[in-house]
Design a protein. Structure first.
Lengths: 370, 252
């Protein structure tokens, strides 16, 4: 047992690869960590940032129970049903008090370190009016774990004028299946930014988060995905523009190497003067890859402006030749071009993330990263 | 044996015939470049000048259907781009592609792992402020040309080919460009000590006056029509266009 604990400690220290820093070197406003089904860490450095296991929060705040499955339908599919059937809830509760602008990012991590483990989570995030929080969530499996499943319902409440940036970095094992079910309710003039990064192999991920936007609210979904070695990414994002002057952008940049990538996006413009845009850039790296971009726009109001653009192609031979004529071998030239392609996706992200992602992309696209 | 024959042959192009798709772009080109020599290729637009340097570089769409290319005595027809570049063949492209997402600094770092060296090289072409920029993205014509020279400095080839290095370059930059071209061709060294040789493709010849070259050729419709001292050829072109050369070739 002791040996296992030591292993766990060592593995946790390696979680900086998904943005989770245990050394304290990176400035964080708080931390939350679940390893398999144990809450290993739950702390906040700020009085106005409340962090606790979801099961505790139900005892502390009587309103939390009303939030559970208020955005995600418990009957939606077999995975939401499974989360709903849990007697003891596992997951995080993150709550920012009114007007509190938390500067340092809050980090959370859902980690699986036992082979074949099935992790079932329910997370609630609440930002009271005028508050701000930047969450970096890392989801990963241990070095020895190739098999497992991760099912998570995450419901986010961004109240009036609040601003939530939710960045999720995935690093799973080869035979891991992942079914996140996430939804955000963005109040008047609220801002919700979702960044999703997955650069390593997985068996299958299926995710299609949704944001409901009130008057003047904005949502942005950015995804950077490098699908490799037989991975299946069935990803989507949906923005429901209910309020007037609300807006949503869904931007994906994906490279596929022997993988199947499905990128769905759905924007529904119901309110007056709403704007929605979806964009997908796909790079196919071999014959065995596919990228399927499915943009869907639904205008339910004469004063909505919705657009989409998508491009999918292979590495341009001209660029490959250009780099090879400088002495790079074909593999290095390809790596450099894939790296450049993916790095274009991080341009709009916060500075604090860019450097880490830059490094992650460098590792992922180097031959050692395969 | 004359003196010149003691100098090593860097490049020998024999009866080179090149097609792109099913279109023949070069027919029976012969050329010998020795270490230390600079040869100039003239010709109207679309005559095959770029085809010649691209075929020597080894760009895959340029199919050699006849003849041979020998680099330091070895046939390189079977060598891919990387091998040719590593062996010391370099090309400053006429129209280099944009490489989105890849910064110039990163590309140089990949070519020359020592960061200090790549910064030093960038300073030589006054491009140290460009290292964070994506290769050729939003570069003006002149900036692209400078960037090409910068990359060649990093690669440090022995056979250096320049495809229209002066087109789109403003007058102020020409001097800098010529300086770099001279450095790449080791013009600062005594002729006996030069190991590098080069080909400069141009249809303006503007840089010729500032750069001593050994031999000039005119390519028209994929064939090499005239050869001689570069300045003489350039003079003729200035006076009569390419007509005289074409006429002379026909008469022959």
């Amino acid at each position: 047992m002791k040996e296992k604990d030591e292993n766990l400690e060592e593995e946790i220290s390696g979680l900086h690869r998904v943005g989770f820093d245990v050394t304290g070197e990176t400035e964080r406003s708080g931390s939350f960590l679940i390893a398999d089904d144990k809450t290993a860490e739950s702390k906040s450095k700020e009085d106005s940032l409340i962090v606790m296991p979801i099961s505790f929060s139900l005892q502390v705040y009587d309103w939390v129970k009303d939030l559970l499955f208020s955005l995600v339908d418990r009957e939606q599919d077999e995975f939401t049903k499974e989360v709903a059937s849990q007697k003891e809830l596992l997951g995080s509760f993150v709550y920012v008090k009114e007007g509190a602008k938390i500067e340092a990012p809050f980090q959370s991590c859902f980690f699986m370190h036992s082979q074949g483990f099935k992790q079932i989570l329910h997370n609630i995030i609440v930002l009271e009016p005028g508050s701000e929080l930047n969450i970096i969530t890392g989801c990963a499996t241990g070095n020895m774990v190739s098999l497992g499943s991760h099912i998570a319902v995450t419901e986010m409440f961004v109240r009036e004028g609040a601003n939530l940036t939710y960045t999720m970095i995935h690093d799973w094992g080869a035979e891991v299946v992942v079914y996140p079910r996430a939804a955000a309710d963005v109040g008047k003039d609220g801002v919700f930014t979702s960044n999703y990064i997955a650069l390593t192999r997985v068996k299958e991920i299926q995710s299609n988060p949704i944001a409901y936007l009130a008057d003047g609210a904005k949502a942005k979904f950015n995804s950077i995905i490098y699908g490799r070695a037989g991975s299946v990414f069935d990803m989507g994002a949906r923005g429901i523009l209910n309020g007037g002057n609300s807006g949503c952008e869904i931007i994906s940049r994906v490279a596929s190497e022997n993988s199947r990538l499905i990128l769905k996006s759905y924007i529904e413009g119901n309110g007056k003067n709403t704007k929605g845009h979806t964009e997908c850039n796909g790079l196919l790296l071999d014959e065995k890859s596919s990228v399927y971009a499915i943009p869907e726009l639904k205008a339910g109001n004469i004063d909505t402006e919705l657009s989409h653009e998508a491009s999918i192609g292979k590495i341009a031979g001209e660029k490959l030749n250009y780099l090879m004529s400088r002495g790079l071998d074909e593999d290095s030239a390809r790596s450099l071009l894939v790296r450049g392609f993916l790095e274009k996706g991080i341009e709009g992200l916060p500075e604090s993330l860019k450097k880490r992602l830059d490094k992650m992309i460098e590792v992922a696209t180097s031959r050692e990263g395969v | 044996m004359s003196d010149i024959e003691n100098i090593n042959v860097l490049l020998e192009v024999q009866n080179l015939t090149v097609e792109v798709g099913d279109k023949r772009l070069l027919q029976g080109i012969d050329l010998v470049i020795r270490e230390g020599e600079t040869h100039i290729i003239f010709g109207p637009n679309g005559s095959g000048k770029t085809t010649l340097v691209n075929a020597i570089m080894g760009l895959p769409e340029y199919k050699v259907v006849d003849g041979d290319i020998l680099y330091k005595g070895d046939s390189i027809l079977e060598w891919n781009l990387t091998r040719r570049a590593k062996a010391g063949i370099g090309l400053a492209y006429q129209h280099p592609p944009v490489v989105e997402g890849v910064t110039l600094g990163l590309l140089l770092k990949t070519m020359v792992p020592d960061k200090k060296t790549s910064e030093e090289i960038a300073r030589k072409v006054h491009m140290e402020d460009y290292l964070e920029r994506e290769v050729n993205v939003g570069f003006s014509g002149g900036e692209r040309k400078k960037d090409e020279l910068l990359q060649l400095l990093a690669q440090s080839p022995q056979l250096v080919m320049f495809d229209e290095p002066d087109s789109g370059v403003d007058v102020d930059s020409i001097k800098l460009m010529v300086g770099i071209i001279r450095r790449l061709l080791e013009k600062n060294k005594p002729i006996r000590e030069r190991k590098n040789g080069g080909i400069i493709v141009t249809h303006s010849g503007m840089i010729l006056e500032q750069l001593h070259a050994d031999k000039g050729y005119v390519i028209v419709d994929g064939r090499m029509l005239c050869s001689g001292p570069p300045l003489d050829i350039f003079d003729q072109i200035k006076k009569f266009g390419f007509e005289r050369c074409i006429k002379e070739a026909r008469e022959k």
